[in-house]
Design a protein around this ligand. Structure first.
Ligand code: DHK
Length: 147
């Protein structure tokens, strides 16, 4: 059976395409899912791709990824900078965790310089725009020995 990679997206990422395009680009979340699917197909991975505006739902999905996913990619949106609950959930994941951002938070406001996701992640991909989603799938494949 193909290894499964879970890609989880946090708040406001459902608005991609119209949301501050000068920062987040013009691709929609569906476009990003298509990018991930293409990368996953090429690497023999199965993809689960989800988005939620709710912290608790993301925590539940991270808990699910503990047993269901070979690797987890997470763009937690603004919860990156605020959520100890997401940090704690990630600490229970044994497999690789990749923190992902479209923008480079370190070039932006000071409140984005803190990441509670990074401190529980294997690695971070940020600032490459939509291409970062493809890179994250490639990184996941490498980390689980499929790339
Ligand atoms: C997405 C968000 O929604 C922001 O809150 C983060 C991240 C950055 C991104 O660049 O993908 O600060």
């Amino acid at each position: 059976m193909a290894p499964v990679v879970h890609v989880l997206n946090g708040p406001n990422l459902n608005m991609l395409g119209t949301r501050e395009p000068e920062i987040y680009g013009r691709e929609t979340l569906a476009d990003l899912e298509a990018r991930c699917q293409e990368a996953a197909d090429g690497l023999g991975l199965e993809l689960v791709f989800r988005q939620s505006n709710h912290e608790g739902e993301l925590v539940g999905w991270i808990q699910e990824a503990r047993t269901e996913a070979a690797a987890l990619v997470l763009n937690a949106g603004a919860f990156t900078h605020t959520s100890i609950a997401i940090h704690d959930a990630l600490k229970m994941v044994d497999g690789p965790v990749i923190e992902l951002h479209l923008s480079n938070p370190h070039r932006r406001e000071a409140f984005r310089h803190v990441s509670h996701v990074a401190t529980a992640s294997t690695g971070v991909i940020a600032g490459f725009g939509p291409h970062g989603y493809s890179l994250a799938i490639e990184a996941a494949a490498r980390l689980i020995g499929e790339g």
